[in-house]
Write a protein that binds this ligand. Structure first.
Ligand SMILES: C[S@@+](CC[C@H](N)C(=O)[O-])C[C@H]1O[C@@H](n2cnc3c(N)ncnc32)[C@H](O)[C@@H]1O
Length: 227
């Protein structure tokens, strides 16, 4: 894919600036800069580079084909929920939706945007999740969180997401895609399909892999199931 077709952050944008300062500070985790981006945005979502005020374009078509998921007692987990649009879309169709993000400001913003929400929003770190998330969710939904972390954290993030899926459960993943030999210099760090194959080492089977081009950005949608 030509380099100019890939979504790149403008170096002047806050996301890049915060990332540069966060990775240079030895006592911070690489994720702390997300909190800084949300805080600096105030209440203006147009200052959060990834916020769209609507759900991921591929989510609704996928949900339309999965009416059976609405059954009682099923539990859904939304990883790195950001400002909550996808979590809300899921909660309109499915019972018992939990959504987490590492940023306390993002979670407070979700509660402010959706005061009557049925979503259980909570602050949590994907790389240090509560024990009761383990094997607990019939549907786990991950969009754009793994790629928002530096590549040395991807294996841990993949293992943590896979661990949340209950036996017989589904993982729905969306990310920006690249070829394995194509370099990636994030944020975001686009994911190669070979990297996603790590999920297969954590008890998941790939049941569907789709590739889409949306607004000039290559995206993967992958559905996995746990035996
Ligand atoms: C690119 S945004 C995507 C947000 C949302 N999923 C979407 O599709 O719009 C990445 C999100 O992951 C969150 N995040 C980053 N590192 C995280 C971690 N270790 N644990 C939980 N959330 C994290 C960020 O705060 C941010 O909200």
């Amino acid at each position: 894919m030509p380099k100019e077709k890939r979504m790149k952050m403008n170096p002047e944008e806050p996301i890049q600036r915060h990332f540069n300062s966060a990775v240079c500070r030895p006592f911070d985790t690489p994720s702390t800069w997300y909190e800084a981006v949300y805080r600096e945005a105030g209440n203006e979502s147009n200052k959060v580079p990834w916020a769209r005020q609507t759900n991921q374009p591929l989510l609704l078509p996928w949900l339309e084909l999965r009416q059976e998921l609405a059954a009682e007692n099923r539990r859904t987990l939304v990883v790195g929920c950001g400002l909550g649009d996808d979590a809300e879309t899921l909660a309109h169709r499915l019972p018992h939706v939990t959504a987490f993000d590492i940023s306390p400001r993002a979670i407070a913003w979700c509660r402010q945007r959706f005061p009557a929400s049925r979503v259980a929003y909570q602050v949590a770190d994907l790389l240090d999740l509560p024990e009761d998330f383990r094997q607990a969710f019939d549907l786990v939904y991950e969009a754009l969180t793994i790629q928002s972390l530096p590549p040395n954290l991807h294996a841990g993030a993949i293992a943590a997401i896979a661990d949340c899926v209950a036996p017989g459960g589904i993982l729905l993943l969306m990310c920006y895609g690249r070829d394995p030999e194509e370099p990636t210099d994030g944020p975001p760090w686009h994911l190669a399909r070979s990297e996603l194959d790590l999920f297969l080492q954590h008890g998941l089977q790939e049941v569907c892999f789709q590739e889409h081009m949306i607004a000039g950005v290559r995206r993967f949608l992958v559905e996995y199931r746990k035996a």
